[in-house]
Ligand binder design. Structure first.
Ligand code: FUL
Length: 480
């Protein structure tokens, strides 16, 4: 009887184990919300710095500029949207209010706005025009609203929090859906300047109440976070996690290095956003010129290629139009990306994995990594933390870029891996990177081979991979 019971129990345990493996892997650590996932999948958005600084030639206005300074002669937000679309940018974030306090919409909580300017007899509203153009063009709209305000008379007193909150309420209720609310951490008041204790809790509640799907950007999130520099270079290791309790945007943010790499054991899921300008400054200045195509490609690899969303600033000029120098560069950038990434050589591979979850269940098969369906992935059994994925080719392929994507709805799980190629019948290691996250693109030397192998050497939970790609880039000449 005892023997029978033990046998029965073992069968039951085995069965339970097997059926656990037939279910998808359990999420690991903090995971993205649906809004964060949607946002990460946008990959590239366009930033537009526009306001009195465009006309004064400054980067930080003092706040006492005449509202009449703002006077674009041919403002056309449809042209901005057209440029964004041509570049493959999915959203546009506009500086609705920069540090000088000037509002690009008739904000009732301020007396320094388009309403006070002579532009369109004070009847103009840039946010309204952008929201209409975005809706027509199928591009999402986001808002930069600077908490630091050099014009608001109440700045530096608790009353300013009320003013700022009303500003937010107004901007977030009149222009349709906002995908991202951008809070800048900059404050140049200096030791003798005004000190404002921001009521972040109230501001965040206001955004969540009025635009629940909007991601809040700041140095520390909570929706997405700054990477600690404005050069476009995210950390090679990048965890989409941060422990932000007790921290604030600005001087009370975590160390720049922490922002640049995220935190392996961070408490919250807060992915990285890379904000960088196509020009030297954030605002358009006639004596500046856009970055080269090579520089933009480098930025792509150190942002989208390192588990971040790229927010590229393309600033409108005094006419209220994007300069043709910039729009041409944006189009070249898109063409180059299409050229590099349109031919995924991995799709020709026969893919074999050392383990496939649930005794080789079709749903988790290795070939899912060369399928472009986002929600199809290769998964292994829970105990399998060091699997190997092999791509073999009937005809040798030549590549110098390796792209991997983890299926992040289940968390970020890979900590180390190796890429190998088959050379003269032997496996040769060509890269030993660390994290993957939503997307990682590796720049390697050029290899011609019939075999590529990914060895997962350090995983915090069984890896879940939804894409492996191999590409040949003949355009970017730089090294990262
Ligand atoms: C910084 C600001 O001070 C710059 O003017 C710009 O808006 C940039 C995106 O963020 O912190």
């Amino acid at each position: 009887m005892l023997r029978f019971t033990i046998t029965f129990l073992s069968v039951l345990l085995l069965w339970a184990g097997a059926s656990a493996q037939s279910r998808p892997p359990a999420p690991f650590g903090p995971c993205p919300t649906e809004a964060q996932l949607r946002w990460q999948r946008m990959e590239m958005n366009m930033f537009c710095h526009f306001g009195p600084n465009t006309f004064s030639g400054k980067e930080w206005g003092a706040g006492n500029e005449s509202a009449y300074l703002f006077n674009p002669s041919q403002l056309d937000c449809r042209q901005w949207v057209a440029v964004a679309k041509a570049g493959g940018f999915r959203g546009i974030i506009l500086t609705a209010k920069h540090h000088d306090g000037f509002c690009l919409w008739p904000n009732p909580a301020s007396s320094h706005t388009v309403r006070e300017s002579g532009w369109r007899q004070g009847e103009g509203d840039v946010l309204l025009e952008l929201s209409q153009a975005c809706r027509e063009g199928g591009v999402k709209m986001g808002l930069y609203i600077s908490p630091w305000d050099r014009n608001a008379p109440t700045y530096g007193t608790p009353r300013y929090n009320e003013t700022f909150n009303r500003t937010l309420e107004h901007a977030l209720t009149r222009y349709g859906e906002i995908f991202e609310q951008w809070f800048d951490g900059a404050n140049g008041e200096g030791p003798l300047g005004k000190k404002q204790e921001y009521d972040w809790t109230q501001f965040h509640h206001t955004v969540a109440r009025l635009q629940p799907q909007a991601l809040i950007f700041s140095d520390v999130g909570p929706g997405c976070h700054w990477i600690g520099n404005e050069e476009g270079v995210n950390g090679e290791t990048c965890w989409s996690r941060l422990s932000t309790d007790g921290y604030q945007p600005g001087p009370f943010a975590p160390a720049l290095e922490v922002l640049n790499q995220g935190e392996r054991d961070g408490k919250y899921y807060i992915p990285a956003e890379v904000d960088v300008s196509i020009r030297h400054g954030w605002f358009h200045h006639t004596n500046e010129h856009p970055k080269t195509l090579q520089q933009l490609l480098g930025i792509y690899y150190t942002s989208v290629g390192r588990n971040a969303v790229l927010l590229l600033n393309v600033p409108p000029d005094r006419r209220g139009l994007i300069d043709s120098e910039d729009s041409v560069r944006v189009v070249e950038f898109r063409r180059a990306l299409d050229d590099i990434f349109s031919n995924d050589l991995a799709r020709q591979a026969y893919v074999y994995a050392s383990n496939v979850r649930g005794e080789g269940m079709k749903a988790y098969r290795a070939a899912n990594v060369v399928d472009t369906h986002y929600h199809k992935y290769w998964a292994v059994d829970n105990w399998c933390l060091q699997p190997t994925l092999t791509l073999s080719f009937a005809k040798a392929v030549t590549f110098n870029r390796v792209m991997l994507q983890e299926y992040i709805p289940l968390g970020q799980r890979v900590e180390n891996f190796e890429v190998q190629v088959l050379v003269g019948g032997k496996w040769q290691t060509i890269a030993t990177p660390t994290t993957i996250g939503y997307k990682r693109i590796l720049l390697t030397d050029t290899y011609t081979t019939k075999g590529v192998r990914i060895r997962f050497t350090g995983c915090r939970a069984c890896p879940v991979i939804n894409r492996v790609g191999l590409f040949m880039d003949n355009i970017y000449k730089g090294k990262l």
